[in-house]
Design a protein around this ligand. Structure first.
Ligand code: GRF
Length: 203
């Protein structure tokens, strides 16, 4: 059984999509070992508990670089304690430290609601909408030390319609996120891929 660790800060709809995909067999031989949030009030933690999953809040204590390091050390310790093999960032609203990336080399995935490298950072759907793009989408990528930057596993696109608002566009992207993340996790867990430079290639 592959043990997944989900990190989230908010409502957790991507976490729930991953949970459903495990339940209906789109992700094989995997289980969610733990759901961890930096925000004790995150809706995703509540959902995890009501599904009978282990859900833990690990808030940051204090401010500044030392507090960030200490927080990530606590996250790494928890993920290690729960035997996590693959870490899935699912709306985890923190930039992780290099020590965290090093603790799980090529074992951390993130989902971002734009077609990277366009529109990294916060509010990507609004950024794309305001820019006037005609095609938008989402990206699942490995996490490296730069923000929204690691090797891309897969992307899904959606059209932008003239009648759209940033909110209707974000909802259309979110539907694709819920398909993309399970698909990417399944591919990565299969181990049937290689990366050549920035290119992820199935094999
Ligand atoms: C998603 O749009 C995801 O792409 C971004 O944060 C949002 C999380 O939403 N990284 P949810 O908590 O999974 O519903």
């Amino acid at each position: 059984m592959h043990r997944l660790g989900i990190l989230l800060s908010g409502r957790g709809s991507n976490f729930l999509a991953i949970h459903r995909a495990i339940a209906d067999g789109r992700i094989h031989d995997a289980e969610i070992a733990v759901v961890i949030s930096n925000k004790p009030e995150a809706g995703g933690l509540e959902s995890a508990r009501s599904l009978g999953l282990t859900a833990v809040a690990i808030p940051q204590q204090g401010k500044g670089p030392a507090a960030r390091e200490a927080h990530d050390a606590a996250m790494i310790a928890a993920l290690t304690d729960y035997g996590v093999e693959l870490v899935c960032l699912a709306g985890y609203m923190r930039i992780i430290t290099p020590a965290f990336v090093e603790a799980f080399p090529n074992r951390i995935l993130n989902i971002h609601p734009s077609l990277l490298p366009a529109f990294p950072g916060l509010d990507a759907q609004h950024q794309a909408f305001d820019y006037g793009v005609k095609v938008a989408g989402c990206t699942v990528h490995f996490v490296d030390e730069a923000v929204d930057h690691g090797v891309i596993v897969l992307q899904k696109t959606v059209p932008v319609f003239d009648e759209d608002t940033a909110e209707t566009l974000a909802a259309r992207i979110l539907e694709q996120e819920h398909l993309a993340y399970p698909e990417a996790i399944s591919r990565v867990l299969s181990g049937r891929y290689q990366t050549i430079g920035r290119r992820y290639l199935p094999r």
